[in-house]
Design a protein around this ligand. Sequence first.
Ligand code: F6P
Length: 373
Amino acid sequence: AKRVGILTAGGDSPGLNAAIRGFGKTAIAHYGMELFGFRDGVTGLVENRYVELDGKALSGILTIGGTILGTSRDKVHRYAVDGGEPQDMVPVVAENYRALGLDALIMLGGGGTAKNAMRLVDAGLNVVHLPKTIDNDIAETDTTFGFATATEIATDAVDRVHSTAHSHHRIILTEIMGHRAGWLTLAAGIAGGADIILIPEVPYTIESVAATIRRRTAHGSSFSVVAVAEGARDVEDTADYEAAQLLVKSAKTPEARRAAKQHLANVEDAQREHTFKLARELEAATGLETRVTILGYVQRGGTPCAADRLLATRLGAAAADLVSRGEYGVMVAARGDDAVPVPLSDVAGKVKLVPPDHAWIQAARQVGTGLGD
Ligand code: F6P
């Protein structure tokens, strides 16, 4: 029987347990494999903390939020032991993998996890990656599990803030997660009927946002709901951020790289409260009372919606098929109704942003939603 390890890494996301179950039930009951769950993402791999998972452990978890295995954002090649200098733990992980006699390792995670997975593939481990994130920003796959649930939650929030915005004649900025990508904000903004949607891929100007709001006031709507991506920035801040990023990419020496990274961190720090800054600017520009609602972790919590349970189950089951065939070094991508293995090298280090001519952006513009540009 094949012996397989499984872990969940990066931010928790609805559908992780459904995917563990989808993989595990197929692997154990259908293929007769043995399954070991590593605790807390990469941390458990490094520290060799795992439990054997049997059919009983996989029962009743389909609908549960979070991950029964725990998670972390640790990096396998820069892993700080007891707060010390970060070390490369790939050899330690490879040793733990071999000592347990594993044939394969299933890693459920987002972009950061794909990079970790790639390092383990390069070290000779048989890895299969499953795309999880509420951000929907993973390359090569139509979508990721967690995104549909987060879209439901954020849409509900955009719906609900309409009551206060309308009743108090206010502008309400609803800040939605998504890291540097605008998928979640765009989806929830459209579905929730936001008047303005601001995403990182379309830098905004305060003049344009204020003009949309003034137009609404002129037409008798004395309130506005704005869906703001946590990564959305105005034109100037976007330019500062992109310049800082370019410095990191073009740094030639380790010292230059360190300095560039510090500069990037400073730029990010200076932009951290951008939604509140936008609120102050809009209040000054329009004379309308303006409030901010940050949705935060509510978007990642609770039971996955049906679409995510379905996606996680079929991707998980497909991963077990791959292990049974000995097909490794891949991510299982969702392409229409199919689950397709794609080389991890096509995924790791890439971020899927919303193309500026994407159909959702076009639809938003067509129904009169302001994009702030
Ligand atoms: O990747 C998921 C996500 O929720 C992003 O949308 C957000 O930027 C980030 O994680 C928050 O990270 P943390 O869980 O470390 O606060």
